[in-house]
Design a protein around this ligand. Sequence first.
Ligand SMILES: CC[C@@H](C(=O)O)C(=O)SCCNC(=O)CCNC(=O)[C@H](O)C(C)(C)COP(=O)(O)OP(=O)(O)OC[C@H]1O[C@@H](n2cnc3c(N)ncnc32)[C@H](O)[C@@H]1OP(=O)(O)O
Ligand SMILES: [Co+2]
Length: 134
Amino acid sequence: MIGRLNHVAIAVPDLAAAVKTYEAALGARVSAPQVLPEHGVTVVFIDLGNSKVELLEPLGENSTIAAFIERNPTGGMHHICYEVEDIATARERLMAQGARVLGDGNPKIGAHGKPVLFLHPKDFNGTLVELEEV
Ligand SMILES: CC[C@@H](C(=O)O)C(=O)SCCNC(=O)CCNC(=O)[C@H](O)C(C)(C)COP(=O)(O)OP(=O)(O)OC[C@H]1O[C@@H](n2cnc3c(N)ncnc32)[C@H](O)[C@@H]1OP(=O)(O)O
Ligand SMILES: [Co+2]
């Protein structure tokens, strides 16, 4: 079911500062920021050729990642995103296995304009898993 690694996401308290570090220290080519109120984050992507790094900063009072940044003030690894061919089939299989699909349980459109789902970290060895349909 899961295919390629689409991205690894790092939550940061200050996106502009993190972008500067990645550009200056790692020579990263960073995309323009995307403000995504429906996800409560602002994100940029670093294209690695075979995968991506997503840097994300809380957006707004009730950002989904506000609590994460409170717990990890300097930021940290936030989630891993695997690609799936069909998000509805993936959702059925996961629910049949008793995995918790987060939010209202329905896919949302993610930063790449594709449907995404999130799975509870407690069901995947402490790692927040995102699935993106490709
Ligand atoms: C840009 C769009 C999209 C894309 O296209 O790529 C994105 O990536 S959007 C990214 C932001 N959106 C999300 O993360 C949505 C899914 N996340 C959630 O629903 C919540 O963040 C959460 C996972 C339910 C956590 O909620 P939170 O309020 O932070 O805390 P809780 O107290 O409910 O946490 C319960 C438990 O889980 C641990 N936790 C929280 N976040 C993570 C994490 N990122 N990785 C690992 N573990 C995490 C938290 O520490 C709690 O553990 P205990 O204290 O042991 O109970
Ligand atoms: Co993501």
